[in-house]
Design a protein around this ligand. Structure first.
Ligand SMILES: Nc1nc2c(ncn2[C@@H]2O[C@H](COP(=O)(O)OP(=O)(O)OP(=O)(O)O)[C@@H](O)[C@H]2O)c(=O)[nH]1
Ligand SMILES: [Mg+2]
Length: 315
């Protein structure tokens, strides 16, 4: 494990890729890896990009990578797809604009499936972010691919959440229905080269809250990501948001909340495993439940009793 940890800390792309695979697959050694890199993590500004499929998240991500590189920052990009098996580099690699960065030694690009991982995205993504931080990333961009809960989950692993919608009637409403507006620190109306950008901006402006003195009001920006238009404005909005988080103390609060949530997720997944072990080890308990002689409340009580009993030490 030591060579892998050293490789990650030296920023070697192969070591970084190997370490993230390890976490993604929940391999043995993940805990040792974590112990080896934790003290070097926590240094990056983390940015989440979420929104409907095809909204332009990857194109915007590529633009943000360019913006970060022009400021000499080291960048990590994670494309997280909790719904499908791993697709290797295809997710981002096929994007022409991302390809420009694929050979830049100061940019780490990685797609990651977390369906199989314990706790899904809640556990795998934060650890992958820490690996990138240990490798020297100053900025980590997390794009969620696919639909559903993932869109919402990204907000729980990053400092700044950018919600991307497209021009045109209805998209803002969809985002609102999906609960994305509450998560947004910044909103981007992309594909502003198409009709309906002004309407989408207006709708979103009417829907966002905040801005009364100390609270942050999510700005609504427009972009034409394919042409790189609006990307610098987005970068500056991200920096403003970060400054707000730091000045208000919210950055530390968010980070502490996230670490606690991660511990809770880890405890929950360990407990789930233990419940199965207890039931498997006690056929009477398991069959009483299966045959509906003991209800789940009673069974839970019995399982907890067995868990808290001190283990019998063998000679
Ligand atoms: N007209 C127009 N097309 C755009 C714009 N930005 C991105 N696109 C195109 O929209 C398509 C989807 O862009 P992506 O960046 O892959 O979108 P995504 O949100 O990452 O998509 P998924 O990861 O599949 O959910 C691509 O063909 C882009 O070239 C834009 O501002 N205007
Ligand atoms: Mg994408």
């Amino acid at each position: 494990m030591a060579p892998l940890i050293e490789g990650v800390c030296r920023g070697e792309p192969r070591a970084v890729a190997r370490a993230i695979s390890m976490v993604e697959n929940g391999e043995a050694g993940s805990a040792e890896l974590s112990a080896g890199i934790f003290h070097r993590s926590g240094g990056a500004a983390t940015i989440g990009l979420t929104g409907a499929p095809g909204a332009g998240k990857s194109t915007l991500a590529a633009g943000l990578v360019a913006a970060a590189r022009s400021r000499d920052r080291v960048v990590g990009v994670l494309a997280v797809d909790p719904s499908s098996p791993r697709t290797g580099g295809a997710l981002l690699g096929d994007r022409l604009r991302m390809q420009e960065h694929a050979t830049d030694g100061r940019v780490y690009i990685r797609s990651m499936a977390s369906r199989g991982a314990l706790g899904g995205m809640a556990l795998a993504a934060p650890e992958a972010i820490r690996i990138l931080e240990a490798a020297g990333a100053d900025v980590v961009i997390v794009e969620t691919v696919g639909v559903g809960q993932a869109e919402v989950d990204v907000a729980t692993v990053v400092d700044t959440t950018v919600v991307v919608v497209t021009s045109g009637w209805g998209d803002a409403v969809q985002a609102s229905k999906a609960g994305l507006l509450e998560l947004a620190d910044i909103l981007v109306v992309n594909k502003a080269d198409r009709e309906g950008a002004s309407e989408a901006v207006r709708d979103l402006e009417a829907m966002v809250r905040g801005g009364d003195g100390s609270t942050w009001r999510p700005p609504v920006l427009r972009a034409i990501a394919v042409d790189g238009e609006g990307v610098d404005d987005l970068w500056m909005a991200i920096e403003r948001h970060r400054a707000h988080l730091e000045a208000s103390g919210e950055l530390d609060a968010r980070r502490e909340r996230r670490l606690r949530a991660e511990v809770a997720a880890r405890v929950a997944s360990a407990l789930e495993r233990r419940v199965d072990e207890v039931l498997d080890a006690d056929p009477a308990l398991a069959s009483a439940l299966a045959e509906r002689r003991a209800d789940p409340y009673v069974t839970a009580r019995s399982v907890l009793d067995r868990m808290t009993r001190p283990p019998i030490e063998a000679e």
